[in-house]
Design a protein around this ligand. Sequence first.
Ligand code: SF4
Ligand code: SF4
Length: 334
Amino acid sequence: MALNRREFLKIMGGTTAALAFPGVMFQGCKKALEQAAARTNIIWIEGLSCSGCSVSLLNKLNPDIVTVITEHISLNYQGVVMAGTGSVATRILEDAVKKERKDFVLIVEGSIPTKNDIFCTIGEDEKTHKGIGVRHWVEELGKNAMAVVSVGTCSAYGGIPSGKSPALGENQTGAVSVQEILKDKVVLNIPGCPPHPDWMVGTLLHVLMKGMPKLDEYNRPEMYYGKTVHEQCERLYSYKRGIFAKEWGDGDGCLYNLGCLGMDSGCDIPKRKWNDGASSCTECGSGCIGCTEKVFPDYGRRGIYQNLHADKKSDQTDQAGILSKGVKGGIING
Ligand code: SF4
Ligand code: SF4
């Protein structure tokens, strides 16, 4: 398929693509993308997750996701969108393992339980009819994959499924990141709860055309996560002038005193926006919950999370104003 420069820009995220992809990347990109489309297979499997990353991917609007997966990549396996079910679908994974295929990029959504395979299975053993743990698939497919990509914070760092039970003081499933399973490989992380569709498609195309993008210390592409939310925030003007919002959802004022974690979080959403440019977490007044960071969601009593401990005094007195009010607004992510 022939692509002109304008079409390529659309794939990389429309007008916001220029933020992430320097001009040099466009040189020869058309040819590279055509070659990539001819050879690159994607196997996308899901561990412990809510499927939110898959849903976010389906929100790729410019161009729509159908164009991406039918014209630019070959999506061999993806539990949410694929037509095949049962053993017909699982055979794709079995064949990839048996034939020791190396011609695919492995994408993993969700974290991996280590205490017992029963917590998350894909397919079943033909003889015993026991479920096959997602850990088996990550280990076997990850061995030969040309690249391994973790989409979402659960896959990248453990995320919500790896949280500790307050009652037991431990995580019941032993959920870990993909990197902890594939210790010998560099796993490229695209965290977020969920990640923006541009981050997923843009990173994937970078891997296909140019190889690994430059990564930060948490293996995230710098082009999307290299600056903090705070640095790019629509409300930075207010912060610098000491104008603070009184309640979540306020149209004006910095949200820091309510618990915004934009200073801690690498993410370009204030510039990129959600839902085809509609708004951002900070612009709409819900604040940043720090969803792209390794510590998410275990921020303890910091920022917005102090509301989870509203019976106790906050560790951060300068963000404690919310304690007397309780939570007045909801967090809308995406
Ligand atoms: S709303 Fe959050 S990210 Fe924006 S300026 Fe205030 S603290 Fe920074
Ligand atoms: S909550 Fe913060 S880190 Fe997560 S997408 Fe919104 S702005 Fe980015």
